[in-house]
Write a protein that binds this ligand. Structure first.
Ligand SMILES: [Zn+2]
Length: 595
């Protein structure tokens, strides 16, 4: 059987090798199983992993004298346990895909994109329930999908790539031990895995990384073989994080095909990132039980608060709007679409406060900022809560552009634009999660949008950001330019579009003050690659800033504005005694503007 090793595999292996060299225990004799034409120059340098901290010097030794056979017994056992666990897990799963084309200069640019968001249900194999109006991309949805994607992105789809083999058995595979190496601070055994000859069932072929304490697979990289006749399996690099002591669950899958022949004339060329989060449904409010509610004895309950006062009509109206706001925010968090309150909110709140103070605005009532956990670039307000998507935060190049986004949303609040208070009725919150985008809508009409733009400009001109608005304009220019190709990236699900078309860009008056876009200039960063700034704990949904160190760019190609890059999470291990150590990892290293 012919094995086509894609460029992605080569690049990944080169990078893995570079990564391993920084870890103290990696064997100096270790060689990647790649062909020599994998020139390092094709590896995107900003994605070179830079470990935030050196590997620990007191790493416990693996259990002594285990043979590869013993290890494999443990791996198979853990993998079956993993499958059993996953059947009870229902994380959110999001895939964002960019179709690529080589331009005349040999640079790869996105020409079209796709977006999937759903909740994974593996009770009966990998399956998902879609949130975005398309069918899911699991195998049961084959019949409903049409067009090119039904052919290429099925039957197993992206959801499949969280599973190595739903019936992983030693007897189906040949195993070859490669070396030991560190992934982040976790020491791993690296093992090559190949299905045995003559097996008609498609099985995983590639490389697995097994952590050397409990023998969980923490990463696997390859594809499934044999390839079916009409469909295709992609190459993927699938990562699991240590989310609970002893439990490693899927968090990131990077997929790339550079030249997959899918017909006589068609070839497939794309990159995709799949992220999973929202594992801890209990804390998201799904399993609240009546038994957990403390019932006071009747004697101690006093229905009448002695300080209660009747609400004036104005106060009643405000309370009513606040109730609608709280209902909507709670619901979005319970679904797993909104991160719980956290440190990133505070950073946004600081910028908002800068705008308020310098404009002498004293808003009645609290103002909150929250993070929507999804990729598409959007921001909106729910009452006095400003919501920004993770994807938008990722690509904004600097604080002035962030201030621009926040100033627009703040203006809706300052101008008193109303929240649809139908959400104050609790029955309006009874709907299946996957209908969230249809049932909750925070779109503004064009008049409100225009008014917010005008007000925002006024706020910005009095603010500390007034001299840096050229950068914000530059971001809008880049967004406007990419909008036709990246329609799914800029399509909002809950708010208004950022760039509806060539002549419809939010805050368009800033375009005039921006310098000309120059793709070749290294010191002009109009936008960042996707996934560089915010990292999400897939268990708790907490968002925090990535700790990756900025890297200097060596060529304009590395700017990769709005583009997909591979994942290289810095793996950490949770302490076995249950003391919570945060197991967060960077989606991909960040990149910041060179000063
Ligand atoms: Zn708006």
């Amino acid at each position: 059987m012919q094995i086509v090793r894609s460029g992605s595999l080569l690049v990944l292996m080169v990078l893995v090798c570079a990564f391993a060299a920084t870890a103290q225990d990696s064997s100096p004799a270790a060689q990647p199983a790649t062909s020599p034409q994998a020139a390092p120059s094709i590896a995107p340098a900003p994605t070179t992993p830079a470990p935030a901290t050196p590997a620990p010097t007191t790493d416990p030794l693996p259990p002594a004298a285990v043979t590869l056979n013993d290890v494999l017994d443990r791996v198979v056992q853990r993998e079956h346990l993993f499958m059993a666990q996953m059947r009870h897990m229902h994380p959110m799963i999001e895939t964002y895909l960019q179709d690529l084309k080589d331009d005349k200069d040999g640079n790869t640019t996105p020409v079209k994109d796709q977006y999937f968001l759903g909740r994974l249900d593996m009770a009966d194999g990998p399956e998902d329930v879609s949130f975005v109006g398309q069918p899911g991309f699991g195998h049961r949805m084959v019949a409903k999908l049409t067009g090119v994607y039904s052919l290429h992105f099925l039957p197993m789809g992206f959801a499949q790539m969280v599973v190595l083999d739903s019936d992983f058995q030693k007897k189906y595979y040949k195993f070859t031990f490669v070396r030991r190496e560190f992934l982040g601070e976790v020491r791993c055994l690296v093992i090559d895995v190949q299905p045995k000859e003559g097996d008609k069932v498609s099985r995983f072929m590639g490389r697995i990384w097994v952590e050397d304490q409990d023998y969980n697979i923490v990463r696997f990289n390859g594809s499934y073989y044999p390839q079916p006749r009409i469909n295709f399996f992609f190459h993927f690099d699938s990562w699991r994080l240590n989310m609970r002591p002893g439990t490693w669950l899927p968090a990131y899958v990077y997929t790339e095909e550079s030249n997959l022949k899918t017909g006589l004339t068609k070839t497939l060329h794309f990159k995709a990132q799949t992220r999973l989060w929202g594992y801890d449904l209990k804390s998201l409010g799904k399993n609240e039980e009546f038994t957990q509610i403390l019932i006071d004895s009747p004697q101690s309950v006093n229905d009448q608060s002695p300080t209660a006062a009747d609400a004036t009509p104005v106060v009643a109206e405000r309370m009513w709007e606040q109730q609608a706001e709280e209902n909507a925010v709670d619901r979005l968090q319970k679904i797993g679409l909104l991160a719980p309150p956290g440190e990133v909110d505070k950073i946004l709140a600081t910028v908002v406060n800068n705008l308020l103070v310098t404009n002498n605005i004293d808003l009645q009532g609290d103002l909150h900022c929250r993070i929507l956990l999804t990729q598409p670039l959007e921001s909106f307000t729910i009452g006095h809560t400003i919501v920004m998507s993770r994807g938008l935060l990722d690509v904004l190049p600097d604080e002035a552009s962030l201030a621009m986004v926040l100033a627009h949303e703040l203006s809706h609040i300052v101008l008193g634009h109303r929240l649809d208070t139908k959400l104050a009725f609790n029955d309006k919150m009874f709907f299946p999660d996957e209908e969230s985008f249809q049932r909750m809508d925070f779109k503004r009409n064009p008049a409100e949008e225009a008014a917010a733009d005008t007000k925002a400009l006024e706020l910005l001109k009095n603010s500390p950001y007034k001299d840096k608005l050229g950068n914000a304009g530059l971001f809008l220019k880049a967004l406007q330019e990419k909008a036709p190709e990246l329609q799914h990236l800029i399509r909002p699900h809950l708010g208004n579009s950022f760039a509806g078309g060539k002549n419809n860009v939010r805050m368009s008056s800033l375009l005039a003050s921006a310098p000309a876009l120059d793709e070749k200039r290294l010191d002009q960063i109009a936008a960042l690659p996707l996934g560089g700034r915010i990292k999400v704990d897939p268990w708790t949904d907490q968002a925090e800033l990535s700790k990756a160190k900025p890297v200097a760019l060596t060529s304009a190609r590395e700017k990769m504005e709005f583009e997909i890059t591979p994942f290289f999470p810095y793996l950490t291990r949770l302490a076995a005694n249950g003391t919570e150590k945060v197991a967060l990892t960077a989606g991909s290293p960040s990149q910041t503007q060179q000063k």
